[in-house]
Design a protein around this ligand. Structure first.
Ligand code: P1T
Length: 379
């Protein structure tokens, strides 16, 4: 089946008892058992929930993975994945990731004896150079949040395969419609389903999709043992979201290209970060590894004062954290999503006080441009 068909049908079997076309929200904590040890495969809702299982089947199919486990947030999904590791293990991480990912690694997991090396994964050789005998995982975001740097997944997976290291990819920015890391050699894909998969800024969730049988067993165990599961209602919302993933992503991408081009030609914008622009240093890799460029764009306004004017001057775009919803959101990475990254490191990565990030929605693109234009012209 083709992607659009899978998005609508995978996991979405009509309900057996009533024929309901929409998977019911099984809002229950437990299940009646017929006798001791006799049940229908459902014992307790942390362990099994039919709505969550439907979502997991849907997302596994979309990423082309054998199994999916859904969690209460993207961070819960990342945390669960990291518990595949043990004290003494070493992880190589993209130097630019979502600030919350860095915070979890640097402020929480480091205290449990897991060591992290932050490297520029745009250059695969840097991963080779940072690898040690204890390295058990390479964790990358591509494109990265918010400076839109790419990692060549095929090239990196050759290194990780040869060394027997897991390659974990946070695919939140692209969604499986534009990028399928497992097909490029990754071992584990992570999503904040809060973003494009749900798509309507009305739920928080996360997912881990994977292929290795041992890791699947362990992840099932972790999901149940640690218990950071997504709720039935949120499972249903994401499941409804993925039915329109294709049409939404096409529009995010179409609008994103137009907005990026507009920003790149604007005299008051100093620099634009968008892999779809020919001026992006990794544009060629973007064309090879992704089938679209999506709706995430960052741009440099030159100063905190300028960024503030733009962020407070917009009327169609909404100032707020998050991304991937139908409505355009605008944010300030340095003080919002990446405030936990030390200032020197932020500046080195390009997450300056003047950097503004836009999650281009699916409104009429002329309205988005007009809105950004009037705000930027105030500079
Ligand atoms: O917010 P949560 O569902 O827990 O997802 C965390 C997360 C993981 N990975 C990436 C790439 C992300 O961008 C995020 C969350 N990001 C934002 C809230 C943001 O505005 O960038």
């Amino acid at each position: 089946m083709k992607f659009s068909t899978t998005a609508i049908h995978a996991g979405n079997e009509a309900d057996e008892s009533t024929g309901a076309v929409s998977v019911p929200i099984y809002q229950t904590s437990t299940y009646k058992q017929e006798g001791l040890g006799k049940h229908k495969g459902f014992e307790y809702a942390r362990t099994q929930n039919p709505t969550r299982i439907a979502l997991e089947q849907n997302l596994a199919a979309l990423e082309g993975g054998k199994a999916c486990f859904a969690f209460a947030s993207g961070m819960a999904a990342i945390n669960a994945t990291m518990t595949l590791l043990r004290a003494g293990d070493h992880v190589i991480v993209s130097d630019n990731t979502y600030g919350g990912t860095f915070r979890l690694f640097d402020k929480v997991l480091k205290n449990f004896g897991i060591e992290f090396s932050y490297v520029d994964t745009r250059e695969p050789q840097n991963i080779e150079d940072a690898a040690r005998a204890e390295t058990r995982m390479v964790f990358v975001e591509t494109p990265t949040n918010p400076v839109m740097s790419l990692t060549d997944l095929k090239a990196v997976s050759e290194i990780t395969r040869r060394r027997g290291i897991r390659l974990v990819v946070d695919n939140t920015f692209m969604s499986p419609y534009f990028q399928r890391p497992l097909e490029l050699g990754a071992d584990i894909v992570i999503h904040s389903t809060t973003k494009y998969l749900n798509g309507h800024s009305d739920s928080i969730g996360g997912a881990v999709i994977l292929n290795d049988e041992e890791d699947i067993k362990q992840m099932a165990f972790i999901q149940n043992a640690a218990g950071a599961i997504i709720s039935p209602m949120d499972s249903w919302l994401v499941l409804r979201g993925t039915k329109t993933l294709v049409v939404r992503m096409k529009q995010h991408d179409e609008n994103g290209r137009v907005v990026a081009q507009f920003l790149s030609e604007h005299p008051r914008v100093e620099r634009v970060y968008y892999p779809g622009l020919k001026s992006h240093p990794q544009h060629e890799l973007a064309c090879r590894q992704m089938s679209g460029f999506g709706g995430m764009i960052s741009f440099e306004t030159g100063s905190l004062e300028n960024a503030k004017r733009v962020l407070e001057g917009v009327r169609v775009c909404t100032l707020g954290e998050s991304l991937g919803g139908v409505e355009s959101l605008i944010s300030h990475p340095a003080t919002m999503t990446h405030a936990s990254v030390p200032v020197q490191e932020r500046n080195r990565l390009g997450i300056t006080d003047g950097l503004v990030r836009v999650s281009v929605g699916i409104e009429d693109v002329e309205d988005i441009i007009e809105d950004l234009d009037q705000a930027i012209n105030e500079l």
